[in-house]
Write a protein that binds this ligand. Sequence first.
Ligand code: ACM
Ligand code: ZN
Length: 623
Amino acid sequence: MQTIFQLFPSSVKAAKNEKNIGIPCCEISDEPSFSWRGLNLDCCRHFMSKDFVKRYIDILAYYKFNVLHWHLTDDQAWRIEIKKYPKLTQVGAWRVESDGSVYSGFYSQEDVKEIVSYARIRFITIVPEIEMPGHSLASLSAYPENSCSGGPFKPANSFGVFKDIYCAGRDSTYIFIHNVLDEITQLFPGKFIHIGGDEAPKNLWKECPICQAKMKTEGLKDENELQSYFIKNISAYLTDKGKSVIGWDEILQGGLAPGTIVQSWQGFQGAVDAANLGHYTICSPESFTYFNTSPENLDLRKVYSFNPVPDTLPENKKNYVLGGEVNLWTEYIKQENVDENLFPRMLALAEVFWSNPQNKNFDEFYSRVKKSYADLRSMGIKYGREAKSFTYNITIDKIKKESVVNVVKLQDNIEIRYTVDGTIPDSNSHLYLDTLKISKPLVLKIAAFNAYYITGVALTLKFVNNMASGSKITISNQYAERYNGGGKEALIDGIKGTTNFHDGLWQGYEGVDFEGTIDLGELKEIHSVAPTFLFNQDSWIFLPEKVEISLSEDNIAFNNIRTINNDIPQKSTEVLIKEFAALYNKEKARYIKVKALSIKECPDWHSGSGGKAWLFIDEILVK
Ligand code: ACM
Ligand code: ZN
């Protein structure tokens, strides 16, 4: 039926009420390559309305997906009503954002029944995901007695991996989860229940006497085996109820429970290990199927090249790969931005999951993608980009003292528009035709437009006056290539980084200090030197402990040393940009040295404890 519907003209799909419809005469002989063709929708980090979920069920059916993996519980929210434990939604479905506003939403059991039956008649199986033992802070906020420390907790208003997880030592935790699963299995008649299992830090289990006692009585040699014990307990409970259990690839640690299905996300290895052990697997590696990754970093062509069956799997194990899933994690994606992240890339996976791999041909596929846009519009799908739509480079004209911005379009079906007043470009903003020459401080915003609307977020470039623009800089320690900020001159290019650490403007140093020396070319009067740092503790980006700035005439004797200590607590969860400014009294210098002392390792209290800490630096403002 969906194949026939796909043959209808787009105008019919939009109106759905035409009487006489012609379709080409044809014979359809068709079957899918994979039995598992899923979309994982994270309705925790951002909530999606019941109608929106139903709309996606229609879209999935049209593109011949058959699984909606519904991510319902996480650190930031518990979104499904459980009658026995009303606080799960009374407490767990509400979070207070850092600006004090409240973000909430949950599905009542009536909503869930409606959605499940809507899905069933469209041949979509809904697989609920109830996360454990990690990603459980919202649950623990409602019932802190299930944690190791006893709490209190609040649903998280930031993102990452949190150290407080279910206590695997307390028998009451298991009873609680069994009771929750009793209601879940009543609500979801499908065969599959996803129990998460990913990203569970075991630090607190190491310190918890109850967890340690459980390990002793059960003869478990380490915390990985305790996790395995936990997952096996829950799996056995669900298996007894006739369900099949799915977990993320971390459930391989410490040994798999019989019959569990492994969803591989950290590359393909989880799928390979599971299949080799004779377990079914769903292959959804981050590098191909995480559509929260921008199209700049995961484009249509790469998605189309995905094969759910890992190359390294022996022939006789390939049948253990059930298929794959698109994953949409919504930390930074609201309901209104879901379409643009999923489309057009979902078309590529629809084809990967359905078609015979021998028939794959990107050019031929792409010719159909272009025709599909009319269909997407007729169905009200606000699709986004296929790939990176433009790049830019900036050169500094030292004589005219201006920055020259050159934008290069990477797709022919878009136009580039920009503003210089800080507003987001719209379809009436200046059309970019030729290089832009900028000689005074301003905020330049550049965006790509398809024929209908802006696609993606606007690029923001904040131009400032910097006396060091166009000078030379030498840097002692190496920055990370993926956060190169545009090379070392980026630190004095007159453009300031934004609060988005992915903006390409920041230079990131992993576990090392920053040290750089600017050569102004001649002696100049210095009023101030202010290197700028980004702080985003959740993303392991910390402020320097202190910054030391000194001046020199000859690059040998440095004097006028100023030390600026950090005065912002590294525990703060705010994301901010901080200048460490040294003031001078018109001292003359040609060389300026900046040393920033990194904390190097994430502190004990941090979820990344012991891992390398990042130091992010951008503009070193010299006046
Ligand atoms: C995952 O991305 N943590 C499954
Ligand atoms: Zn414990």
